[in-house]
Ligand binder design. Structure first.
Ligand code: FES
Ligand code: FES
Length: 156
């Protein structure tokens, strides 16, 4: 066990864990940030996607020790029901979910795309989200939501 200090959603958080523990487990079990989901645990589905210094990473295969000193952002850190992030607002507007299990990972991955490319094409969105699986088949609405968010965000 070790005491690690993480920066999660802008706040310093100390946890006492085995350094090899997946970041996903620490987020959900130690920090009670349960918006990030466990899907496969094998980097295959994208449900556990979080931002690490603005990049999308799969927290199920990221050891918590690897993120010390870097900014971790989860779905909870993007926005709130009262003040949703533009991507969250677009997902709501397009009703881009069915069961919602994949949605946090989709939103976070979309946010990472828009950090890199503020005006993505539909092909760009499909490529960026290709590794985020949705067993409910909400992909068409997800793509529409990401394009809506891109249109709503200021150019850089
Ligand atoms: S739970 Fe991490 S990629 Fe599926
Ligand atoms: S909305 Fe159910 S898995 Fe995507």
């Amino acid at each position: 066990m070790a005491t690690l200090t993480l920066t999660v959603n802008g706040a310093a958080r100390s946890v006492e864990v085995d350094p090899d523990t997946p970041l996903l487990y620490v987020l959900r079990n130690d920090l009670e940030l349960t918006g990030t989901k466990f899907g496969c645990g094998l980097a295959q589905c994208g449900a556990c996607t979080v931002l690490l210094a603005g990049r999308a990473v799969r927290s199920c295969v990221t050891p918590v020790s690897a993120v010390a000193g870097q900014a971790v952002t989860t779905i909870e850190g993007l926005g709130s029901p009262a003040q949703p992030d533009p991507v969250q607002a677009a997902f709501i507007a397009e009703q881009a979910a069915q069961c919602g299990y994949c949605t946090a990972g989709m939103v976070v991955a979309a946010r990472a795309l828009l950090e890199q490319n503020r005006k993505p094409t539909e092909a760009d969105v499909k490529q960026a989200l290709a590794g985020n699986l949705c067993r409910c088949g909400s992909h068409v609405r997800v793509i529409r939501a990401v394009l809506r968010a891109a249109a709503a965000m200021p150019a850089r």
